[in-house]
Design a protein around this ligand. Structure first.
Ligand SMILES: [Mg+2]
Length: 249
C-alpha cells in the first residue's frame, strides 16, 4: 500500500488519509464531518478579545476600575472555555455581584456573533489535516452549533481566511438554521438525515454530549473525540471511542 506523505500527523489520522485515498479510488469516498469550535479552532483568542473590549467600556471603567484593569491584561490560554473558566484563571471569584451578569451578557452577545470570529486560530495541524483529507478525495463537512443569522458570514470568512477547503460539492458548511434548536438535537438530526449511507462517515467532535447522542442514534458514524476543552455538561465518551488531543505528533 502506498503511504501518504503526511507523516507529521498522528498515525490514526494518517490512516484516515490513506483510507480516503483508497475509498476514492473505488468510487466510494468517505465523508468526514468536523465540528468547528474547540475541534478545529482554538477559541481562546476570541474569548480574550471580547473580555478585553468589555473592560474598555466607559461604564465598566467607571463602575469596576479594578476588574477592568485585570481584564485589560488578559492573555489567551488554549485551555480556556467560555467566560467563567477564563475569569477564574485570573482570580475572579464567581459569582460576586452584578458584574458577573454584565460580563456574561456582553460575552454571550459577542461570542455568538460574526464580529470576533477572525480571532479564532486553527489548532496546529488542523487545517493541514483537513486539506490532506480533501485532497485525498474525502467529502468534508463543517457541522457547527453556530447559527446562520448570527454567525454564517463570519464562519465562512474565518474558514477561508485560515485556508480550510470550501466548495459547493466536496467541502460544505452546515450551521444551525437558528438558535432555537440545541446543538445536540441539530447534530443528531444531521446524521440521522444522512441515513445509513454506504459511504463510511467519520465525525470529529470535542463535546461529549454531542458524541453520546450521535453514538446512540447513529451507530454507523465513526467518531473521533477531540479531547481539547469542552463544557463538561456530559461525562467523557467511553474508551471505545477513538480520541486525539492534537493533530500532529
Ligand atoms: Mg465544539
Amino acid at each position: 500500500m502506498m503511504k501518504n506523505s503526511h507523516s507529521a500527523f498522528l498515525p490514526l489520522l494518517n490512516d484516515l488519509i490513506d483510507l480516503a485515498t483508497r475509498q476514492k479510488s473505488i468510487g466510494c469516498p468517505i465523508k468526514v464531518v468536523f465540528d468547528i469550535d474547540s475541534t478545529l479552532f482554538d477559541v481562546s483568542h476570541r474569548i480574550c478579545e471580547i473580555l478585553r473590549d468589555f473592560a474598555k467600556l466607559p461604564e465598566v471603567l467607571l463602575k469596576y476600575p479594578k476588574e477592568a484593569e485585570t481584564l485589560s491584561k488578559l492573555v489567551p490560554d488554549i485551555d480556556d472555555f467560555g467566560v467563567k473558566r477564563t475569569l477564574a484563571r485570573h482570580g475572579f471569584v464567581w459569582p460576586s455581584h452584578d458584574f458577573a451578569f454584565q460580563i456574561v451578557s456582553f460575552w454571550k452577545t459577542h461570542f455568538f456573533a460574526n464580529t470576533y470570529l477572525h480571532h479564532d486560530k486553527p489548532y496546529m495541524g488542523a487545517k493541514e489535516f483537513v486539506c490532506a483529507l480533501f485532497n485525498a478525495g474525502a467529502d468534508i463537512s463543517y457541522l457547527t452549533g453556530r447559527d446562520v443569522p448570527r454567525m454564517w458570514n463570519g464562519t465562512l470568512e474565518s474558514l477561508k481566511q485560515c485556508g480550510f477547503p470550501l466548495d459547493n460539492d466536496h467541502a460544505n458548511l452546515v450551521l444551525k438554521p437558528n438558535s432555537d434548536i440545541t446543538d445536540v438535537e441539530f447534530k443528531r438530526n444531521y446524521f440521522k438525515q444522512l441515513g445509513g449511507a454506504s459511504n463510511p462517515i467519520w465525525f470529529f467532535e470535542n463535546e461529549p454530549a454531542n458524541i453520546h447522542e450521535v453514538m446512540e442514534h447513529c451507530p454507523h458514524v465513526k467518531i473521533i473525540f477531540v479531547n481539547t476543552v469542552h463544557s463538561e455538561s456530559a461525562p467523557p465518551p467511553p474508551d471505545s471511542i477513538e480520541r486525539i488531543s492534537n493533530y500532529i505528533i
